[in-house]
Design a protein around this ligand. Structure first.
Ligand code: HPA
Length: 265
């Protein structure tokens, strides 16, 4: 059983931390998912490049439902995702790692639930804690032990992309309480919750958001910032993979749907 998965975002396409990596294809009702499975610290771990291994899938075109379903089908219980984000909050600076605890959803037209009627019916999932508090505190603790600046908590604004934002949009998001802006956490986090898996995102600040930054944004700037800080990213994830107990169940994530019979594959 593969019980832990890493979903790599922009700049994280390659599971080079894993050993004996093999390609796998997983069939789902939403389409086929290609991912890699390898071992680390004696445990099988899945790695899924969210944008594809060549960054060819735009944020609004990612098949989020298939991805999360495929991980569930493999037996995954805990998902660590990575994202590149712009910062709206001067306390969250270039190179900082932030673990969002809330989101604001500005996406449109994405398939955002497993429960849209049909066989599964309609289920209204509680998202008071969309990101697993246990997983977040474990990552934050590892950060402080490794002397890597990790901020535990922040509101992730999810835009539809693939364009960046206007300064006016960024001013609005800041007024609404947003700290970070990115394009992929929603519906990924919501689907992981519906599928009763622990999910946490390590967001790396790659730029100050449009209008806060002194210059216009480029994708290259985002990639360069990811590359400059990738060693810290690796250290955080590798330590987490070595220490995480996938069977530990001190949170509510695996039982969110117990009132309606749980999530069924
Ligand atoms: N906006 C949206 N997505 C992003 C950004 C940004 O400024 N930086 C990295 N991903």
């Amino acid at each position: 059983m593969v019980k832990i998965a890493v979903i790599g975002g922009s700049g994280v396409y390659d599971p080079d931390m894993l050993e004996n990596v093999r390609q796998a294809k997983v069939e789902t009702p939403y389409g086929e998912v290609e991912l890699q499975i390898g071992s680390y610290a004696g445990r099988e771990t899945a790695f899924l490049a969210r944008h594809g291994t060549k960054h060819s899938i735009a944020p609004h075109r990612i098949n989020y439902r298939a991805n999360i379903y495929a991980l569930k089908k493999l037996g995954v219980r805990k998902i660590i995702s990575t994202t590149a984000v712009g910062s709206l909050n001067k306390a969250m600076q270039l190179g900082d790692f932030v673990l969002p605890n809330q989101f604001l959803d500005f996406t449109t037209g994405r398939e955002c639930t497993f429960f849209d009627g049909g066989e599964r019916g309609v289920v209204h999932t509680d998202v008071t804690d969309p990101y697993c508090p246990e997983l977040r505190s474990q990552i934050a603790e590892i950060g402080s032990r490794l002397n890597i600046h990790v901020i535990n908590g922040g509101t992730y604004v999810c835009t539809n992309g693939p364009r960046y934002e206007t300064p006016a949009e960024i001013r609005m998001y800041a007024m609404l309480g947003g700290d970070l802006v990115g394009m992929t956490n929603v519906p990924e986090v919501v689907l992981a919750q519906e599928a009763e898996m622990c999910y946490a995102t390590i967001s790396m600040v790659t730029n100050m958001a449009a209008g806060i930054s002194e210059h216009k944004l480029t994708h290259q700037e985002v990639m360069d910032a990811m590359a400059a800080n990738s060693q810290n990213f690796r250290s955080l994830i590798m330590t987490l993979l070595a220490e995480l107990d996938p069977d530990e169940d001190n949170c509510e994530c695996a039982h969110v749907l117990s009132g309606v019979g749980g999530f069924k594959l």
